[in-house]
Design a protein around this ligand. Structure first.
Ligand SMILES: NC(=O)c1ccc[n+]([C@@H]2O[C@H](COP(=O)([O-])OP(=O)(O)OC[C@H]3O[C@@H](n4cnc5c(N)ncnc54)[C@H](OP(=O)(O)O)[C@@H]3O)[C@@H](O)[C@H]2O)c1
Length: 244
């Protein structure tokens, strides 16, 4: 979500009324989701989940980032990704994949970025920073002759995509549970500090929000928005605007 602080509670030190903030407000407390997100006009949020909204982003752009961006960051951190390493990103056109490509190129300085999408999205995924985009409807993982230091699978296909990892390469699958035996599954733990860490890249335009062309959806079209998400065909992130 992204919004404006309406009031602050006792003990809040980071933000004041009127601040423009954003964050992934999903929080798991002792194994239970305490709060799973919001479509509401007003919501109550713990301050550690938020960061100040970069001033160059609209609220819609800001709302699109926190979950996907923190998920992609976690994946790169999990494998301790180093400048100059190569990465293969399964699902480059999705919410997480579209940010993972930008992170790989502009933050982690990968030496080579290869990703996958269907034919109609190849140019779009290239425009995000991929050196090569494989049309997964025409080419299987076995037909890819390169091997990579890191395979980041956002689609849940590590049972198949693991073959493009180097022998000593690392694989993160954020969807399949359990993932392939060579892969690890990670679950995002939101914190405003993750967003602050990449704030300068957002402000300088090196990390851009990627909003699905059908977004932002009006609140009255929320069912359509969820159907589009469930179709698995979204390009970037779907955003829902607040109640007018
Ligand atoms: N573990 C975590 O903490 C965590 C956090 C966030 C999300 N997730 C999960 O991660 C997954 C990805 O999330 P997302 O928001 O990025 O998804 P998304 O935006 O819904 O992904 C849609 C995109 O996936 C592409 N796609 C579908 N099948 C594909 C395939 N076989 N190969 C390559 N691309 C394919 C589609 O492109 P085409 O139309 O070209 O196929 C579409 O552009 C979801 O399952 C989500 O639940 C996990």
């Amino acid at each position: 979500m992204a919004g404006v602080v309406a009031e602050v509670g006792k003990g809040v030190s980071k933000f004041k009324k009127g601040d423009e903030v954003y964050g992934d407000i999903l929080e798991i407390v002792e194994g239970n989701p305490w709060q799973v997100g919001t479509l509401a006009q007003y919501t109550v949020v713990e301050e550690h989940l938020l960061a100040l909204k970069p001033s160059n982003l609209s609220f819609e752009e800001a709302a699109s980032l926190p979950l996907a961006l923190q998920t992609a960051l976690l994946a790169f951190d999990t494998v301790n990704f180093q400048k100059g390493q190569s990465v293969f990103i399964v699902g480059g056109a999705g919410g997480v994949g579209s940010l993972a490509i930008q992170l790989a190129k502009n933050v982690f300085e990968a030496s080579r970025i290869v990703s996958t999408s269907s034919a109609g999205k190849v140019e779009f995924v290239k425009s995000l920073g991929a050196d090569l985009v494989v049309d997964y409807t025409k080419q299987s993982y076995e037909q890819i002759d390169e091997k990579f230091d890191f395979v980041f699978d956002t689609i849940g296909e590590s049972a198949k995509s693991h073959v493009v990892a180097k022998e000593e390469g690392k694989i993160v699958d954020i969807t399949a549970f359990p993932p392939h035996q060579k892969a690890v599954n990670v679950v995002t733990k939101a914190h405003g500090s993750n967003l602050e860490r990449v704030g300068k890249y957002i402000e300088s335009g090196k990390l851009k929000a990627v909003i699905d062309p059908k977004s932002p959806y009006a609140f009255s079209d929320v069912v359509e928005a969820y159907k589009h998400q469930e179709s698995g065909r979204a390009r970037g992130k779907i955003v829902i605007s607040p109640i007018e």
